[in-house]
Ligand binder design. Structure first.
Ligand SMILES: Cc1ncc(COP(=O)(O)O)c(C=O)c1O
Length: 330
């Protein structure tokens, strides 16, 4: 395996802690639940994208670019962390966001503005469809641009989660813990793909269960294929042989509810249960849904008592403040 840590520009505080969710585990009466606190990565209220951005921003700096362009939903955590990373290293940041400019920007959008990102509104498109147009415009003004893909999910971004698997492995060894499965919110796929590559690199028996967040890509395992391809392109640059096939990519689609960013009763229950039993904040779009999936899988008997499951908290906390009514509703 090739060295890759030198490709990284540190942006966060690592390792992130692992905590035991003792009260939640007791309440659910299933496996022991650990939580990897990537909501505490340290960059602008944290989140999983910090790990990807360490490799992506480093690449932009190596290529001597001066302007970053990326895209996401109006409440994108990826965009907020990209804006913060750009502020930290002194790059101009342009965000192509889905929707229209709201009257009162709150949550992540408020923070994007604090970090001085320039916002381009994309209407119904929230997956970066307008990025190339913005890029051409900036180039014509003499900017040296660098496009970070939607969600930071390419083979370079995924390296952040290969590194995260190694970090997890040394923490678990130190605490003499063994984890049967990792449960994680999965949306553009880079987090799940990077973890899978890292675990294969370690010859680990731990499985990764992605909880699908977005209805797009459900048909014909399209999203699972994206993840599979990403595992191979990530492994290729490390000169690592993989033996994964489509059956090894587990994404659960039964928790999509009414679609991306729509809070239903399962997410609401999960967010409130974890808040009141553990004092931990989940977010309404990703980790609330992923935790709802974990709670359901425990109820369905997917894990045995005595086993240990690790919930990877991927962050997203700032968007809680733009969903207060949805979360507090009964
Ligand atoms: C809080 C949070 N969790 C999970 C994810 C999903 O990660 P990935 O896009 O790597 O699948 C995202 C992506 O935006 C996110 O913001």
């Amino acid at each position: 395996m090739k060295e890759f840590d030198y490709l990284r520009r540190p942006l966060g505080f690592f390792p992130t802690p692992i905590v035991k969710l003792e009260r939640l585990s007791a309440l659910l009466g299933g496996p022991n639940i650990l939580m990897k606190r990537d909501d505490q990565t340290g960059l602008a209220l944290g989140g999983n994208k910090t790990r990807k951005l360490e490799f992506l921003i480093a690449d932009a700096l190596r290529k001597e670019c001066d302007t970053i362009i990326t895209a996401g939903a109006a409440q994108s955590n990826h965009c907020r962390q990209t804006a913060a990373a750009c502020a930290l290293v002194g790059l101009e940041c342009h965000l192509v966001l889905g929707g229209e400019q709201p009257k009162n920007p709150n949550g992540n959008l408020f923070l994007d503005k604090l970090f001085d990102a320039q916002i381009h509104w994309g209407g119904v498109q929230r997956k970066g469809e307008g990025v190339n147009k913005v890029c051409e415009l900036l180039k014509s003004k003499g900017k040296k641009t660098y496009i970070i893909p939607y969600g930071g999910s390419n083979e370079l971004g995924s390296l952040g989660f290969v590194r995260a698997s190694l970090e997890l492995d040394s923490q678990l060894k130190e605490h003499e813990e063994e984890v049967q499965s990792i449960v994680v919110a999965s949306s553009s796929g880079g987090t799940q793909a990077g973890l899978m590559v890292g675990l294969e690199m370690l010859s680990s028996e731990t499985s990764v269960i992605g909880i699908g967040i977005d209805k797009l890509g459900v048909e014909n395992h399209e999203f699972a294929r994206v993840i599979l391809d990403l595992t191979y392109s990530t492994a290729n640059q490390l000169e690592l042989d993989l033996s994964y096939d489509l059956n090894d990519v587990e994404v659960r689609y039964e928790y999509l509810g009414r679609g991306y960013g729509v809070v239903g009763q399962p997410e609401r229950n999960a967010i409130r249960t974890v808040a009141k039993t553990e004092g931990v904040l989940l977010d309404p779009v990703y980790t609330g849904r992923a935790m709802a999936g974990l709670i359901d899988m425990i109820k369905q008997g997917r894990f045995e008592r005595g086993q240990t499951v690790l919930f990877w908290h991927t962050g997203g906390t700032p968007s809680l403040f733009s969903y207060t009514d949805d979360v507090l509703q009964y």
